[in-house]
Design a binder for this molecule. Structure first.
Ligand code: HPA
Length: 248
């Protein structure tokens, strides 16, 4: 069987990969436990691609309950070496308004209490991986190149702030994140990126801006309906981009 060219992890509003054909489902167990759901492996524009819904297919797992280790280990176990993480986010700074797609190059972790290392269990080797560039630079370049080839508008760079959730942030929390240098805010960027590095996976984030973060827009309440409608609208070009990325 062909190797898996790319694994994709879907976030809020992305529970399936459009245009993924001939799908086989894999229920995988790992030494870290059970992933969020079955891994769907199929063909996307001629490339073998794996897909996993991070929150489960019915969005049943809140961000702090996701078994990030099992998700990544399961993708690695079925042969993936490259992971594109789709993360639904709020936009903080000017270039990152609703429906923008972005490929961040930095992150700040505000999460707490999540298992954030493979070295959690007593007796396992403690890893201190380099994380200066939290997203694999080569894979980021390929994401940007795939966007160019497929004509998908993609913002190059930005800092992703990972918050605990599941509630949205206060205006003051977002104001602090802006001062810290965050452009985007989401709840699932960490510990996923750090664990991918520990596992030796190539990993990049494609952030889908669903709303203005708290206090950044017109002050209206942020609703799930708004979030899902914007994710849907912004995702139209994703199958082509992902197919092109898988090819490269
Ligand atoms: N904050 C955190 N996570 C999010 C947001 C937000 O505003 N929108 C979508 N995911």
């Amino acid at each position: 069987m062909d190797p898996i060219a790319l694994a994709v992890i879907g976030g809020t509003g992305v529970y399936k990969l459009a245009q993924l054909d001939d799908v086989n489902s894999h229920v995988v167990e790992t030494r870290y436990g059970t992933p969020s759901g079955p891994i769907r492996v199929g063909t996307l524009l001629g490339q073998r691609v794996a897909f996993l819904a991070r929150h489960g297919e019915g969005h049943s797992l809140p961000p702090h309950k996701i078994n990030y280790r099992a998700n990544l280990a399961a993708l690695q176990q079925i042969g993936a070496t490259r992971v594109l993480a789709l993360n639904t986010v709020g936009g903080i700074t000017e270039q990152f308004g609703p429906r923008v797609l972005a490929c961040p190059d930095q992150l700040i972790d505000y999460t707490w209490g999540r298992i954030s290392t493979l070295s959690e269990e007593p007796g396992t080797e403690v890893l201190h991986v380099d994380f200066g560039h939290p997203y694999t630079p080569m894979l980021r370049s390929k994401v940007l190149a795939a966007a160019k080839v497929t004509g998908v508008r993609l913002q190059d760079g930005g800092c992703y702030g990972a918050t605990q959730g599941p509630r949205l942030e206060t205006n003051a929390e977002i104001a602090r994140m802006r001062r810290d240098g965050c452009d985007l805010v989401g709840m699932t960027g960490m510990p996923e990126a750090g664990l991918a590095r520990e596992l030796g996976l190539d990993y990049a984030c494609l952030a889908i801006v669903a709303n203005w973060a708290a206090g950044c827009g017109d002050g209206d309440e942020i609703t799930m309906a708004e979030v899902l409608a914007n994710v849907d609208a912004a995702s139209a070009g994703l199958p082509e981009l992902i197919g092109e990325l898988a090819r490269g």
